[in-house]
Design a protein around this ligand. Structure first.
Ligand code: SF4
Length: 298
């Protein structure tokens, strides 16, 4: 029996659902029961009824699944797949920032650890960050950890936002020169950029949005060609959903931790029912509030 068939068999036998991020390898997206962006995955994780969640992505996403559905056994096939940006905001640093500006609300991108989320007022994703900031009705905001997303949202809402010094190494690698060169090579292409990109890159984009928003935009657009400024894993769904359109990503558009999980590691995780992701009950309790507050804004 091949790996794919064996995964299917074990999923049914054990009552497991496979969730995968849009940046995962094509072979993982193919065997997943649900593929989405961070917001879609968080919502889906909260609704899973099967006893086991196999989470293909990076640790903060699997943690969110556990926080939102703590009765489930959450398994990460590659437990060391950590988002570097999530490590740029520790709970103690956040505590310091809160002490320095006690009146400010802490809005945290979901790309943070569970322990950091436990200290936030509300979470956001790239898909709903503007809506989250607007829901605070002009209150002062500390935005962690992505400075590019924070600056983008500040510009969109006019709210005063204290930025953190975090960034995504993958999106930060897209330079203005790189995008100008791609535009020269593909002059009729529409430029779609993820808000984790540098401000000067976002300024020249025709559309700024999360991965799911890019999928919708490309499918609805009359344009036939796109420059896609996000991780190359999104190409799988872009090409599947819009097979007659052309998509180009920069060569450097790779997030190494997102590529750690493959179908063999998913199969191994199903066979061993591990490694299981575990969190302290207190952290789950405290981190659930900002996540649920975000989801309630849907
Ligand atoms: S693409 Fe960037 S933000 Fe997303 S998981 Fe990779 S390093 Fe983290």
């Amino acid at each position: 029996m091949n790996v794919r068939d064996r995964i299917q068999q074990l999923k049914e036998e054990k009552g497991a659902v496979v969730l995968a991020h849009n940046y995962c390898l094509d072979e993982v997206q193919e065997i997943a029961d649900f593929v989405g962006d961070s917001l879609g995955l968080a919502i889906k994780a909260s609704e899973v009824t099967e006893p086991i969640i196999i989470f293909c992505g990076v640790t903060f996403m699997a943690e969110s699944a556990k926080i939102l559905n703590p009765e489930k056994k959450v398994i990460m096939p590659e437990a060391d797949a950590v988002c570097p940006m999530a490590n740029m905001c520790s709970p103690s640093q956040l505590e310091e920032a809160k002490k320095a500006t006690p009146s400010a609300k802490v809005v945290g991108y979901v790309n943070t650890s569970a322990a950091a989320k436990a200290k936030m007022d509300i979470c956001c994703t790239s898909a709903n960050a503007v809506k989250v900031i607007e829901s605070l009705k002009g209150e002062e905001v500390i935005f962690v950890p992505d400075q590019n997303l924070g600056a983008y949202v500040a510009g969109k809402t006019g709210v005063t936002i204290r930025l953190w010094e975090g960034f995504c190494p993958t999106h930060q690698a897209f330079t203005l020169q790189m995008v100008e060169d791609m535009r020269a090579e593909f002059p009729s292409a529409v430029v779609m950029a993820h808000p984790e990109c540098r401000p000067e890159v976002l300024e020249m984009a025709d559309m700024v949005g999360s991965t799911s928003q890019m999928l919708d935009y490309a499918a609805d657009s009359k344009a036939k060609e796109f420059i896609v400024l996000t991780e190359r894993g999104l190409l799988y769904r872009l090409r599947r959903d819009s097979p007659l359109k052309k998509f180009h990503v920069p060569d450097v558009a790779v997030c190494p931790p997102m590529k750690m999980t493959d179908t063999r590691s998913v199969l191994k995780a199903l066979e061993n029912e591990g490694p299981e992701l575990l969190l302290d009950d207190e952290v789950i309790e405290a981190a659930r509030r900002p996540l649920e507050r975000m989801i309630s804004l849907r």
